[in-house]
Design a protein around this ligand. Structure first.
Ligand code: CIR
Length: 252
């Protein structure tokens, strides 16, 4: 059960963040409105949400998920893989220290939280352009100490592992076609996304509710078979910056 979430207000400079998308320029007011709706949704679901101040020096800092991996026993502060994002983790550590014992990923290891998927007591650790082998091994050793199992998975497409694979309850994974045959995921029930709806793969499970991006009817129909409540949120401005719904919060 998640009880808490940490989010960070997007900064005015957020459109200067890293992105591979070539979409329209993102709009700050729209981003703020979408972020406010996201925060309110987490509150409506019963979470206590701590909203951190915007950080103008870090245009991607509202993607707080990348700065830590939080589980019942500890919080691992990451060393973000993109140079422009190194340092975002400093204020996150201060906040998380009030909730969990702190562990750290240290250079040369890098980890982005977007590559880390916890399913019950197992961690999938995506090795990507942001999470390197050394970082993955450090994180694996840390979670193992707390009794979790873990496997590394190469991220052959998309920015992060969770751009393509997410847990939607009862061990089921919402997954893109590219990842569906990966041996590391064998045995998990899979819900495979239509290729024209892959962005909806970044759906966020909060206790008994799925929060999914707005406007992906085929994915919604597939998720409805799970019997969970579903909330759709507008994510246009986040998507323009290569982000999704999971990226915008740390949940624990
Ligand atoms: C970045 O490239 O780092 C940001 N513009 C997007 C980060 C998205 N985070 C996530 O998927 N966890």
């Amino acid at each position: 059960m998640f009880k808490n979430a940490i989010v960070r207000k997007p900064c005015q400079n957020f459109a200067q963040g890293l992105t591979t998308q070539e979409m329209d320029a993102p709009n700050y007011e729209t981003m703020l409105a979408q972020h406010t709706a996201y925060t309110q949704t987490l509150r409506d679901l019963g979470l206590t949400v701590e909203v951190l101040e915007a950080q103008e020096a870090y245009p991607d800092a509202h993607f707080v998920e990348d700065t830590a991996v939080v589980f019942l026993e500890a919080a691992v502060i990451t060393n973000p893989g993109a140079d422009a994002r190194k340092g975002e983790e400093v204020t996150i550590e201060e906040v998380l220290a009030a909730h969990r014992p702190i562990e750290r990923i240290i250079a040369p290891g890098t980890v982005d939280g977007g590559d880390i998927l916890m399913v019950e007591r197992h961690f999938f650790i995506g090795v990507s352009e942001r999470t390197n082998e050394a970082g993955a091994d450090q994180l694996g050793a840390i979670v193992e100490k707390y009794g979790y199992t873990w496997t590394k998975v190469p991220v052959a497409a998309g920015l992060h592992f969770k751009s393509s694979v997410n847990h939607v309850g009862n061990n089921s994974l919402l997954i893109t076609d590219t990842f569906k045959d990966r041996a590391e995921l064998a045995g998990y029930p899979l819900i495979v996304l239509d290729t024209d709806e892959e962005y909806a793969g970044n759906t966020l499970l909060i206790n008994e509710t799925l929060i999914m991006p707005q406007g992906y009817p085929k994915t919604r129909a597939k998720l409805e078979t799970l019997g969970l409540a579903i909330i759709e949120l507008e994510t246009s401005e986040t998507q323009k910056m290569d982000g999704g719904l999971t990226c915008l919060s740390l949940r624990f």
